[in-house]
Design a protein around this ligand. Structure first.
Ligand code: PEP
Ligand code: MN
Length: 288
């Protein structure tokens, strides 16, 4: 898709809604995805999942294969996470998104994940994107930390050209000259992508800022900027997290943040999709 900045129709006229579980992303309301950076054990994932569900998350996250900057740090449970995920999904009834790092994992996790996550480091992995375009499963496409918005949108087209238009963009912070926080949240990109692309856009404030105490403010700003949702890292014992502990929220902090977030959304006449009250959409195009 070619797009000309400032020349688009309104985003609501163009947006392709994305159906996951029993809700739809991109129809004006707000979605919260939450869970740990990495799945570490049944006890840890189950506690995180039940905590975030109670606080209002409608989608679970949790890494099984972790692309860590250092090869000597925790790399994820891999296949050992599958049974944990199945059990926790059954207990909560919530859908699950997880990062795929290799096209060979698609078949392995197809029945476990409800949405494939393409991580920042793989946004340029066109072989992976093309392969995901051939499947009827939604894709969460994170922005490369050094990618232009145009490159991000073109990466999405590698998926859509295969026939899969169920794509959600995720702004997760970019690398700038600033080093006081992990990355810099580019809210410009969020409003730009909302206005100039057909894809719903969510924000990952956790990786964007990398500092636990600053995550809620960025979540509120994202909601005010018109993002379709957030994906947040939450751990039952943040200081013990095996990956990204600096940015992990406790379940209590996540719950407090969600309460405030509802007030921010209300100021913009928007609502949070709640787990207990799934909205009913009859006219949703299903690609599955
Ligand atoms: C993650 O979501 O755990 C992750 C690794 O994110 P990113 O690809 O944005 O770094
Ligand atoms: Mn992480």
């Amino acid at each position: 898709m070619d797009f000309i900045p400032g020349q688009s129709e309104s985003s609501s006229a163009q947006v392709i809604p994305v159906k996951v579980g029993n809700f739809v992303i991109g129809q004006g309301n707000f979605t919260a995805f939450a869970g740990p950076c990495s799945i570490e054990s049944y006890e840890q994932f189950s506690a995180a999942a039940k905590g975030v569900q109670k606080a209002g998350a409608v989608m679970l996250r949790g890494g099984m294969w972790k692309l860590r900057t250092s090869s000597t740090t925790f790399q994820g449970l891999g296949g050992d996470a599958f049974e944990i995920v199945k059990k926790v999904k059954k207990e909560t009834g919530l859908p699950f998104v997880s990062e795929i790092t290799d096209p060979r994992q698609i078949d392995e996790i197809y029945d476990i994940v409800d949405m494939f996550q393409v991580g920042s480091r793989n946004m340029h992995n066109y072989a992976l994107l093309k392969e995901l375009g051939l499947y009827k499963k939604p894709v969460l496409l994170k922005r490369g930390f050094a990618a232009l918005v145009t490159e991000w949108v073109k990466a999405a087209e590698y998926i859509s050209q295969g026939g899969n238009d169920q794509i959600v963009l995720c702004e997760r912070g970019i690398r700038t000259f600033e080093t006081s926080t992990r990355n810099t949240l580019d809210l410009n990109a969020v409003v730009f992508a909302k206005e100039n692309t057909p894809y719903p856009v969510i924000v990952d404030p956790s990786h964007a800022v990398g500092v636990r105490s600053l995550v809620p403010q960025l979540a509120y700003a994202s909601a005010a900027a018109g993002a379709d949702g957030i994906i947040v890292e939450v751990h039952p014992r943040p200081d013990e997290a095996l990956s990204d502990k600096e940015q992990a929220l406790s379940i209590e902090s996540f719950a407090a943040m969600m309460k405030q977030l509802e007030k921010v959304l209300a100021a913009f006449d928007r609502t949070l999709i709640k787990p207990a009250q799934p909205p009913v959409f009859s006219e949703v195009p299903l690609v599955q």
